[in-house]
Design a protein around this ligand. Structure first.
Ligand code: PLP
Length: 357
């Protein structure tokens, strides 16, 4: 017996973990600087950690009330009705819920190239057919509405990322609105704002009051530092919000994640420190790395270094782990996650040494 034909499916390749790399190099994980997965260098929100510890003894129960409480907190934060908040196991899980709710077998979707690998994966799991629109390096990976619309035909879902991973480029709200309008009423535009807290560009939230063909993706993995818990959410128009109950997994978000999420939303100190340090680190990397970089709205910076695989391998030997962007189709680029005021200069110094070699 065999699984169905999965030959079109490409496995997700996550950046390697600190423990894995430390073991290979015979080093203590504490001696490594990991800036390869856009994680929060300050760790999780301390208030979230407190909530996890406090609720650990309750994990024998299903998370019904905790789920409702987190949804209520998010609905209040975004000034939406509770059914307009779709919780999921990470932003990835929410992408699956959108695909389940919208794709019939053979429906086409449009994803950015380069772009976040899980869009095409999720669409294919749900028997969708994947097309791409291209962001070009020559145009600094800019994302005007035209580049999406020129590639658009009869797509059922169009994925937009702002700030964009791995390039950091952003989409103006009026461009998002143009894409939504011009792609027609039966095309869902997913605006992925996984890195939305790190930019001043306004969220697409206001479009939810005006349109029913736009949905937004947000995550607790980045600014709240809860990547390991797998907690994300969608914000969706009122008219089809009740589809959630028909597509989600029973108790899709675990109890500790729900409680941690509620606590993290209140942890202003952690959010402010994180955002402020990201802004500083982006500037530091732009100003001090001996390689061309692109402006970024996210908690990372893309840089052109020649042979990215070699630079990543050399930096790793020196204890600095960054992301080789070959898998994004950018073999000459690396992506550096913003670290702390200690680790960012250390990473830049190491990279400058290995880039020069
Ligand atoms: C652009 C983008 N969207 C969504 C996600 C999903 O994040 P998570 O599943 O951790 O919430 C990521 C993760 O890195 C991302 O880079």
């Amino acid at each position: 017996m065999k699984p169905r034909d999965l030959s079109d499916h490409v496995p997700y390749r996550a950046g390697r973990g600190v423990e894995e790399v430390a073991r290979d190099l015979g080093l203590d994980p504490e001696d490594l600087v990991k800036l390869s997965s856009n994680e929060n260098p300050f760790g999780p929100s301390p208030q979230a950690v407190g909530a996890i510890e406090a609720k650990a003894g309750s994990v024998h129960t299903y998370p019904k009330a905790a789920h409702a409480d987190l949804v209520a907190a998010l609905a209040s934060e975004w000034n939406l009705d509770t059914e307009q908040v779709w919780l999921g196991p990470g932003g990835d899980g929410v992408l699956d819920y959108f695909a389940r709710a919208f794709l019939d077998p053979g429906d086409r979707v449009l994803v950015p190239n380069p772009g976040f690998a899980y869009y095409p994966m999720s669409a294919r799991y749900h028997d969708g057919v994947v097309d791409q629109y291209s962001l070009s390096k020559e145009d600094d990976f800019e994302q005007p509405a035209d580049i999406v619309l020129d590639a658009h035909e009869d797509h059922r879902i169009v994925y937009l990322t702002t700030p964009h991973n791995p390039t950091g480029s952003e989409i103006r709200l009026d461009d998002i609105e143009t894409v939504a309008r011009e792609t027609g009423e039966e095309t869902l535009v997913i605006v992925d704002e996984a890195y939305g807290e790190f930019t001043d560009t306004p969220s697409a939230r206001q479009l939810l009051d005006e349109r029913d063909d736009v949905a937004i993706l947000r995550t607790f993995s980045k600014v709240y530092g809860l990547a390991g818990l797998r907690l994300g959410y969608g914000l969706v128009p009122k008219s089809w919000a009740d589809a959630y109950d028909r597509v989600n997994t029973p108790f899709s978000v675990n109890l500790l994640a729900c409680h941690a999420g509620i606590a993290a939303l209140d942890d202003e100190e952690h959010v402010e420190k994180t955002v402020e340090t990201v802004r500083w680190a982006r500037r530091y990397i732009h100003d001090n790395l001996d390689a061309p970089t692109w402006e970024s709205g996210g908690n990372f910076v893309l840089a052109e270094v020649g042979d990215a695989e070699q630079v990543a391998a050399d930096a790793q030997r020196e204890g600095v782990i960054i992301r080789d962007c070959s898998s994004f189709g950018l073999p000459e680029c690396i992506r550096i996650t913003c670290g702390t005021r200690d680790t960012t200069p250390l990473a830049v110094e190491t990279l400058n040494e290995v880039i020069e070699e």
